[in-house]
Design a protein around this ligand. Sequence first.
Ligand SMILES: Nc1nc2c(c(=O)[nH]1)N[C@H]1C(S)=C(S)[C@@H](COP(=O)(O)OP(=O)(O)OC[C@H]3O[C@@H](n4cnc5c(=O)[nH]c(N)nc54)[C@H](O)[C@@H]3O)O[C@H]1N2
Ligand SMILES: Nc1nc2c(c(=O)[nH]1)N[C@H]1C(S)=C(S)[C@@H](COP(=O)(O)OP(=O)(O)OC[C@H]3O[C@@H](n4cnc5c(=O)[nH]c(N)nc54)[C@H](O)[C@@H]3O)O[C@H]1N2
Ligand code: SF4
Ligand SMILES: [Mo]
Length: 745
Amino acid sequence: MSNSRNLAGALQRLLFDRQGELTRDLLRQPGQFGLGQVPRRLAPDRTTTMTCGFCSTGCGLSIHLKQGQALNLSPATDYPVNLGMACPKGWEALTPLAAKDRATAPLMRKSRSEALVETDWASALDCFVQRFRQVQERHGKGSVAWLGTGQITVEELALLGAFAKFGMGMIHGDGNTRQCMATSVVAYKQSLGFDAPPYTYADFEQSDVLVFVGANPCIAHPIMWERVCRNRKQPKIIVIDPRKTETAMAATLHLPLEPKSDLVLFYTVTNLLIQQGLIDMGFIERSVSGFEELKAHVEAFTLERAVSATGLPEADILELVSSIGQGKAVSLWWTMGVNQSYEGVRVAQSLINIALITGNIGRPGTGANSITGQCNAMGSRMFSNTTGLFAGRDFTNPEHRAEIAELLSIDLDTIPSEPSWAYDQIMEGINRGQIKGLWVVATNTAHSWINQADAHDLLNKLEFLVVQDMYASTETAAFADLVLPAAGWGEKEGTFINSERRFGLVKKVSRAPGQALADFSIVKLLAEAWGVGAMFKEWSSPEAVFQILKRCSRGRPCDISGIRDYQMLDEMRGIQWPLPEGQEPLPGEERRLFSDGRFHHADGRARLLFEEPRKQPETVDKNYPLLLLTGRGTSSQWHTGTRTNKSAVLRKLFPEDAYVEISPKDARDRQIGQNEWVVVESRRGRVLARAFVSHVVRPGQCFMPMHYAKVNQLTFAAFDPYSRQPSYKNCAVRLLRKSEVFDLE
Ligand SMILES: Nc1nc2c(c(=O)[nH]1)N[C@H]1C(S)=C(S)[C@@H](COP(=O)(O)OP(=O)(O)OC[C@H]3O[C@@H](n4cnc5c(=O)[nH]c(N)nc54)[C@H](O)[C@@H]3O)O[C@H]1N2
Ligand SMILES: Nc1nc2c(c(=O)[nH]1)N[C@H]1C(S)=C(S)[C@@H](COP(=O)(O)OP(=O)(O)OC[C@H]3O[C@@H](n4cnc5c(=O)[nH]c(N)nc54)[C@H](O)[C@@H]3O)O[C@H]1N2
Ligand code: SF4
Ligand SMILES: [Mo]
């Protein structure tokens, strides 16, 4: 093996860190690894608290250990996020670790026509290096790209991003956070000067008016919703969602607007707030720029126009205006109903504008607040080295590149001067033959990417595809030439950043099965095998990387130089960024941003940004008369189901078969009965689902949860032009009774 000397060196060094011990043993005796070893940091029988590995709420879970191994868990009562609560996924977080289909050894195939066969790590590393090098030699360094995630630790993301770009010479890498948070990132950057969600969860309890736009926290962020329920001010809760979701049912006012009419609605609200003098001129003069331009822009958005575009009653729109205008502490929250749209950035900014002109930012109970999705999407936004350079820097900025070269002691030339392509551009690059090799880490592209008919063809077009996952059974692994078995949450150490910017610790409380390794160890070994181990000498353990990232963050808005180490994070029950050196946090404290009315643009002012609404990319017509919305179905299902489908308890809490919510009227018109199998068809594909007839959706619309594999065979690939986030929430479909369709496979 050509890199054997380097690898031997890596093994020696890895000997000294916890994950390294595991790695070394594995390479000597593939398949021989047992469960005997106790993680060093933990005393054998006790309870330890760590952050949940599903959603971005970032609840603290107390893991009860026996001989150092997790036995079971309960929600931590002293964690400032969840205060003793957890949703079903949190309670069941340990179960997927023991699933039968865990990837326990690397798998490799020589050609696409052959099956994947088990191999050892040494051969797998060699294969990775040889095949990607071949692709780069033939097609250039930039012909290999990676797709990452918001579900591995900050330290793993940073190491992966540094190795891929500075070590392997890749230019393009992106992550599933593009499907999810790109819109918020761009909206905040343009408006506030930095990707800085300003809130803390205490704001849920301190608002007197909460407006949720395209967000269903009862299902997607249940513990955030519990925090809303703890609000003692009898707040007004306004939910703006085409569907009467669980959250809408619990609201004081539900505005079931026509899908994608949000921009017209919020420009109208802005216009009426200005006309009625319900704005904070003092704050605008001190802290905001672009007010006169915004005022002129929204004049055309009259109440009549909003009624016609949204289908909402005039009185409800006026109530929304007066609630926002007269509320003392108003908070505006949004999630995927805003972000996953062809004009998501401008919709998010229309909410930021409203918060700014009414002075609802920087005070308790206020804010223009994007709720994040995955456990570490916020880490991916700041430290994945994909679109942005470490700690919110730009690849195109020569000063930023020079700073990072110095901070990491690497050659300036290794840092690309162009930003990565976005996910869709990488997919398009595969289509054009510019991307020939792809490394997919902790995301399930073949299920979750928009318009699967294309996505599957594209994965097949690649010369070499590596999938690094906890399970070898994912839809994406089925396309892979090489599968690298990864440890999961609970089997490794590091940090996640939650929605309110809180770093929380993840600990190793369970042994990964077979030869599975932490993503951190896998990337370290790959760096050694690639011949760039020296570049990552200082990156010796997750905690060492945390120290490097502290250095990179110093002086930036996300400065964490005041967090001493993991122990401090543990003792403080997580710490929110920023925490510059010299600032001492109080245990369990909650901090929000912008209390001084200064933003991150050079002039300290926030910008009001706006644009004419765009046309929907695919509208309904005679042939495809229903608008399909997609999203989260139940609080016990997580995305593509690789983890939650493994729990018998969770499986009891969600329907086994794919289903489509349709209105009683549409069911009647088509003579479709409750629970009947129907065919949902778009211009791109056909999917079987059970009809769930319910008043949750309005006539003319239907809804499918994203957790069932075929949903994205229907979706239409349209993107926001600024964030390049996919517009998952609108495409045209028709519904047929199964008996009307004969040629289904
Ligand atoms: N149980 C569970 N929880 C999760 C996840 C999970 O898979 N399962 N995933 C996590 C992740 S990564 C994310 S990103 C979040 C997502 O969390 P949410 O965004 O809250 O969930 P979604 O169901 O995707 O979308 C929210 C709502 O947007 C509405 N919507 C659709 N179109 C429009 C529109 O045009 N305008 C408006 N105003 N609303 C619209 C939909 O009807 C839907 O109810 O959830 C996180 N939490
Ligand atoms: N139609 C439609 N499609 C959507 C959405 C929608 O609303 N509608 N929502 C989009 C959104 S917001 C998101 S975030 C995406 C999510 O889409 P994905 O990221 O594809 O979904 P997951 O099922 O979370 O995939 C994570 C993968 O990582 C693996 N994994 C988990 N932990 C680890 C680990 O520690 N290491 C490694 N190496 N692997 C690990 C899991 O087994 C799984 O295969 O879906 C998007 N797709
Ligand atoms: S709300 Fe999110 S973080 Fe909390 S237990 Fe549930 S999945 Fe985990
Ligand atoms: Mo997401």
